[in-house]
Design a protein. Sequence first.
Lengths: 120, 112
Amino acid sequence: QITLKESGPTLVKPTQTLTLTCTFSGFSLSTSGVGVGWIRQPPGKALEWLALIYWDDDKRYSPSLKSRLTITKDTSKNQVVLTMTNMDPVDTATYYCAHIWSGYDVFDYWGQGTLVTVSS
Amino acid sequence: QSVLTQPPSVSGAPGQRVTISCTGSSSNIGAGYDVHWYQQLPGTAPKLLIYGNSNRPSGVPDRFSGSKSGTSASLAITGLQAEDEADYYCQSYDSSLSGYYVFGTGTKVTVL
């Protein structure tokens, strides 16, 4: 059974760096074809893909946010970490991590999400 | 900045059939990349509904079906039920700008 759970601060100040951790179980990020991605959703708005890391450490980023994002993995801890620099109130959103089924490039398992508010 | 366009809302009476369109371009759906659909019930995380254009994961009722043609895809819900009231998103891959994953603008389905 695959599960994922996001953790991190619920409130960050403008210009600060956000660090979110995705802790998962039921799969290994050392297995060929496996990946974990991050997706966010501002209140009342659509989903937006942010970043993805594969088992072989291949990393992909949203073109519009690439300069602000870093994604890393700790295979031994079953964790993926996303950092986003220079946070702004427009970055207020629920942040989700999800398992990607690379055979179809589809996010088949999602975490419950964590709401991050950017405010001074 | 979604590059996949969906209608903001669709509605139907219980038992009716509704369809949701997802319009892309030659660098995503039109390039042959698969389209997937997610259902998001109020206050919950998205759930995979359709993958690979027309495949249902285990447990998804056969009232939900997907199709793809050219630069567009569609999700159909037949025999609409009250529990289907939710937001629906399409998703694909775009090969421009070194490649990235894209979601649709989202569609709110209302059961009248």
